[in-house]
Design a protein around this ligand. Sequence first.
Ligand code: PGA
Length: 266
Amino acid sequence: MKNKPFLLAANWKMNPLTIKEAERIARSLEQGIGGMKKKDFNQKIELVVCPPAVFLGCFLQGKYYKLGIQNIHWESRGAYTGETATRMAEDLGCKYVILGHSERRKYFGETDQIINLKLRGTLKGSLQPIVCVGETKDERDKNQTTKVIKSQLERIFDKVSILALPRITIAYEPVWAISTMEGANGADNPDDVMGIIILIRKVITEMFRSDVTERVRIIYGGSVNAKNVDNFLNLDILDGFLVGGASISTFDFLPIIRKVYESRQI
Ligand code: PGA
């Protein structure tokens, strides 16, 4: 997907613990990028910061980043204690939403069907969804990766309008590579990641029988850091990264941003 800037989405998860710290990180990110003096930054990179939802109202969208929310409810409003509606996130300036993260599957019982509801709910508004798919270690060890990814995509994209596809990003996040040192092994094998990216595009193209699927961004997530990022940047079919742990500290994140910037041609 060559026409859009490279997507760098920062998933802060349940960090940091105070507004002050969240604002400090956001400010130092802006300063760090400003200091790079790259006038074409926003043409090359679309940076999205996804802080904890309760902090979203505290800092405005920056010059170099947009805001995203880590989760959303599928209904537009109503009696859903503890939940956030799409419109609320939009009102706080969000442009993106992460859907179906494996931590939501693992700890909050989200299934492909729930993720499908969330995706269809989100598409009624203006947020751009980043939909996560990926196999667990057990599924990988049993050689079920292809089957698992295919069935996740088929269920999650069920009844999704073809017209919505250009708004959607798919994040391939092998569960075994998230937040672990094993991610470094995944990074040493970019061919594996490339194979899955090709598979994802093939599956959605077959589902929708249209070239419009070329406009879906496909990104990678799973322990991306400054040391292994070069391995992935060699994969020119990759449209971005979803970065967790390394995105919460500018010390770790700015070198990734710089490397991505330098690798991009416009
Ligand atoms: P990680 O997280 O970079 O810490 O592995 C990625 C994610 O969970 O989206």
